[in-house]
Design a protein around this ligand. Structure first.
Ligand code: FBP
Length: 241
């Protein structure tokens, strides 16, 4: 049976800005509570929250996935996300995984790939696992079929020696099967995307549950929900089914 994980992503304050948050979910302590009570396999944070809420994280005993790069959405050029945190800091924070985003297809993909490969090497030397967010972005990929891009993303993560690859589901189950296959021994996680109607979101996961992907790294669909713990429970039930 395939091992499945569900990570709670909360790096949006940097990537999207405060518009993603309301008065409740803008509080990192609230998210750490959800991660704990919702039995998530880890929480994905940038270093600011990880350092400032270290005590809460430690108490909750939730594995930390520390993002080492990031950008804001104010910048509108060809996508690039540079390193803003080190493997050394990840070790100080007792992170279980480090995460890094690569925008494949961007004019700057080589910069991110090089940075990723240095980080990946350092992470391995320190027994840290590596999750690569592989997101096709930029002018060059504008007219390329979504399924093709998802499958290519999966292979890129594998070629770069990531332990897990976070990709966006294109909406085609057949393409997802191919992406899982093409990623070989590298595990596939699916991002959640924008907040959707909960039934619709859960139905989509239920439709693909028999594909051998390894889980979800989901953010907005959980912590923007009025009942995040209920949603988390349903997700776990569906994936374990
Ligand atoms: P969601 O489940 O909310 O989509 O989060 C997944 C994620 O990859 C986050 O880790 C990241 O902050 C965000 O999506 C990036 O979103 P965008 O597609 O706008 O770059």
């Amino acid at each position: 049976m395939i091992e499945r994980m569900i990570f709670l992503a909360y790096d949006h304050g940097l990537e999207h800005g405060p518009d993603d948050f309301n008065e409740i979910n803008c509080d990192p302590a609230y998210i750490i509570e959800i991660a704990k009570k919702g039995k998530f396999d880890g929480v994905i944070l940038q270093k600011g929250i990880a350092f400032k809420y270290y005590k809460e994280l430690k108490k909750a005993r939730i594995p930390l996935i520390l993002k080492l790069n990031g950008k804001t959405n104010l910048y509108k050029g060809e996508p690039i996300s540079r390193r803003i945190c080190s493997v050394e800091e990840a070790l100080k924070l007792n992170a279980s995984y480090i995460g890094y985003t690569i925008y494949i297809g961007s004019r700057y993909e080589s910069v991110m790939m090089k940075e990723f490969s240095e980080i990946e090497k350092e992470a391995r030397e320190n027994n840290l696992k590596v999750i690569a967010w592989i997101y096709p972005r930029g002018k060059s990929v504008e007219n390329i079929d979504e399924d093709k891009l998802m499958i290519y993303s999966a292979r890129v993560g594998m070629e770069l020696n990531a332990d897990m690859i976070k990709i966006r589901y294109s909406g085609s189950k057949e393409a997802l099967k191919r992406a899982v296959k093409i990623a070989g021994r590298t595990r596939i996680l699916l991002a959640g995307g924008m907040k959707r109607d909960e039934k619709q979101f859960l139905n989509q996961i239920a439709e693909i549950k028999d594909v051998d992907f390894n889980g979800l790294a989901v953010g907005r669909n959980v912590w923007q929900s009025k009942e995040p713990l209920k949603l988390a429970r349903r997700l776990r039930e569906i994936l374990a089914d």
